[in-house]
Write a new protein. Structure first.
Length: 637
């Protein structure tokens, strides 16, 4: 029997549990529709490491860099001097944790990749790969361990029960393991939270293999304790967040060994133009890794499809970086793709000239905030020059409890291409609904918020939406295709304005909470009780008793990287005197937009090409001191 008390040597696992104190959104959003977002990203913040284990100079090969990473002691840095590094294969953190690859600055250290990248867990190559020894994944069904999850289904519980191990061994589960809890998809639509990815029923195509087949409702967690000899009691963090669990053959699966953790790539530029790798940076089975002050770009239409692919990874931070281009401007032209993960933080980045800057495909509790997107370039190989893509995207079954806050871009889209989403919140974003880049005038899907069929229980609070003189309709909710593409909101369509092959869904609008948003059609802040779904039988949201909104739903105070003198919050109905057109003064430029326009001299139509970037020229220099965890951390159940 495993002991009730376990000693943990896992330096990044602290302060992970879902807190019981009142959240910033308390009194506005009902607890059944939101989660604690304050712990997203690297727990405790990105560590500022100072000890260099190896220094390399231009002329170093990828093999030499990989060897330096493999030999670097925990908590130290592989440092790249100023200059250009021509790399014919990729950089690999091969089950090597707690190492930083740091350059001399995103405008001074240049990695130029060619070839197909490094072999990376069988996923078509990556120019930078972070992977574990056991890199099995749910989508392909080649994971190592599986158990029957038989008790502990109430949201908020942090202790669950496994009654039987049906693949692998319980001995392959340890404190610190990354575990995936799931259950079967809904067979029929019950009119409530709906988890479905079946083509022709609830999605335009089949699911995207984010998780095991037919199991779209999923939560990744970290194991904090194990006891028993069968059945087994398992402690998890975060606690269960999703409702509707337990009735559809719940199970769990996991890899053998701990996730790759505590690795960072900082202060360098990555040129993927001559690379045929699938991704710029690929992380699989990761925990607590990061990208910071990175310029990642491609000008090729045949190169990487995704700048950063966060695959089965949790608590990843991507911040203070600049991403340009991806693929052919069609399918999978992505910036950051959180794929079957949780609690990832994408904060204070710039995205230019790609179809889908911020993408979620099965992410729970992820936080995407204060990012600026310009020229959401989409051509679908030249076949759809009129089609506009949003800058903030739900794209696959299982996206839930995510937060979009403070972003400045084109719009929010919850599509129905690969399945359904539930319980997603948007707070204090500026979405114009109008992409002026890409060399053509967009006329289709030009909405600030698009929620297609079966995307339910969204919370849209305190945002600034639309473009004056273009948008002329407030809500198009399965009534008429007239003015559908020029509406602020397009709600419930099976496809774009009636073009879809699946049924429309009136429950998208009926379950949607809208509170305190400014839009250019009404030219007013709307605190309207009838737009709050207070009468639902499940997941109802009472009408807030106040029109007061907090500055943030996940930050306790103004972040240290926020410029001195910049209004905080920058966007919302309570903001006045803002400097962005078509917002009636309700939106100031966020730091990422200021960096792009004022420092990088970028054009708002995105036509200026790849720009020079270094975060230290744009944002306040802040050193975040993260205390080291004790060598052994006692986990108390």
């Amino acid at each position: 029997m495993k002991p009730k008390w376990l000693l943990l040597s896992f330096p990044f696992l602290f302060c992970l549990s879902t807190s019981s104190y009142a959240q910033n959104w308390s009194g506005i959003i009902h607890p059944s529709r939101a989660t604690n977002w304050s712990n997203a990203g690297v727990v405790g913040g990105i560590p500022k490491r100072t000890t260099i284990c190896s220094t390399l100079s231009p002329g170093a090969t990828a093999t030499q860099i990989n060897t330096a990473i493999a030999n670097c002691p925990s908590g130290q840095i592989v440092f790249l001097n100023v200059g250009t590094y021509n790399l014919s294969t990729g950089i690999v953190f091969n089950n090597k944790s707690n190492v930083t690859l740091r350059g001399s600055g995103a405008n001074q250290t240049f990695l130029v990749f060619s070839g197909g990248g490094a072999p990376c867990a069988g996923w078509g190559g990556a120019d930078v790969c972070l992977m574990t020894t056991d890199h099995g994944d749910g989508g392909d069904g080649n994971y190592s361990n599986q158990a029957t999850w038989s008790a502990g289904f109430t949201p908020g519980t942090s202790t669950i029960t496994f009654s039987a191990v049906t693949r692998g061994s319980i001995n392959n589960l340890q404190v610190g393991s990354l575990i995936f809890l799931d259950q079967l998809d809904d067979i029929t639509d019950t009119g409530q939270a709906y988890y479905c990815q079946q083509s022709g029923t609830c999605s335009l195509e089949d699911g995207s293999l984010n998780g095991r087949a037919g199991r779209g409702q999923q939560q990744p967690s970290i194991v904090t304790s194990i006891s028993g000899s069968g059945p087994w009691t398992i402690g998890i963090s975060p606690a269960l967040r999703l409702p509707n669990i337990g009735s559809k053959t719940p199970q769990a699966w996991w890899g053998t060994g701990l996730p790759i953790q505590g690795d960072g790539v900082e202060d360098l530029s990555m040129n993927h133009t001559s690379s045929s790798a699938a991704a710029g940076t690929f992380m699989i089975n990761g925990y607590g890794n990061w990208l910071k002050n990175v310029r990642s770009f491609t000008t090729s239409t045949n190169g990487i499809h995704k700048h950063a692919w966060l695959y089965q990874s949790v608590h990843i931070t991507i911040r203070d970086s600049y991403f340009y281009g991806a693929g052919d401007g069609g399918n999978e032209s992505y910036g950051i793709d959180s794929f079957n993960g949780a609690d990832n933080l994408v904060e204070n980045n710039i995205f230019q000239h790609m179809a889908n800057p911020q993408m979620n495909e099965g992410c729970v509790g992820c936080v995407q905030t204060y990012n600026f997107a310009v020229d959401d370039y989409y051509t679908a190989g030249g076949a759809a020059p009129d089609w506009q893509q949003g800058s903030s995207y739900h794209h696959s079954v299982g996206d839930a409890m995510t937060l979009w806050e403070g972003n400045d871009g084109i719009g929010l889209t919850g599509d129905d291409v690969h399945g359904t989403s539930n319980f997603i919140t948007a707070f204090r974003n500026h979405w114009s609904g109008r992409d002026t880049g890409g060399g053509s005038t967009k006329t289709l899907q030009t909405n600030a918020v698009i929620l297609n069929a079966f995307n339910r229980y969204y919370n849209i609070v305190g945002n600034v939406l639309g473009t004056t003189s273009y948008h002329n309709n407030y809500t198009n909710a399965i009534s008429s295709t007239t003015s559908c593409n020029t509406a602020i909101y397009a709600l419930g369509w099976g496809g774009n304005c009636g073009d879809g092959s699946i049924p429309n869904d009136t429950l998208v609008a009926a379950t949607l909470m809208r509170w305190g948003n400014y839009d250019t059609v009404n030219a007013a802040n709307r605190f309207v009780a009838t737009e709050v779904p207070s009468g639902l039988s499940l997941y109802a949201n009472p009408v807030p008793t106040s029109q007061s909104l907090p500055p943030s739903f996940y930050l306790s105070s103004q972040p240290p990287w926020w410029p001195v003198g910049k209004p905080w919050p920058a966007i919302g109905p309570d903001v006045t005197g803002g400097n962005i057109a078509n917002t009636a003064g309700h939106a100031y430029s966020i730091p990422a937009r200021d960096c792009y326009i004022s420092v990088m001299a970028g054009a708002l139509n995105g036509s200026s090409g790849v720009l020079t970037f270094n975060a230290s020229n744009c944002y306040q220099s802040v050193t975040i001191s993260v205390p080291s965890a004790p060598a052994n951390v006692r986990i108390i159940r």
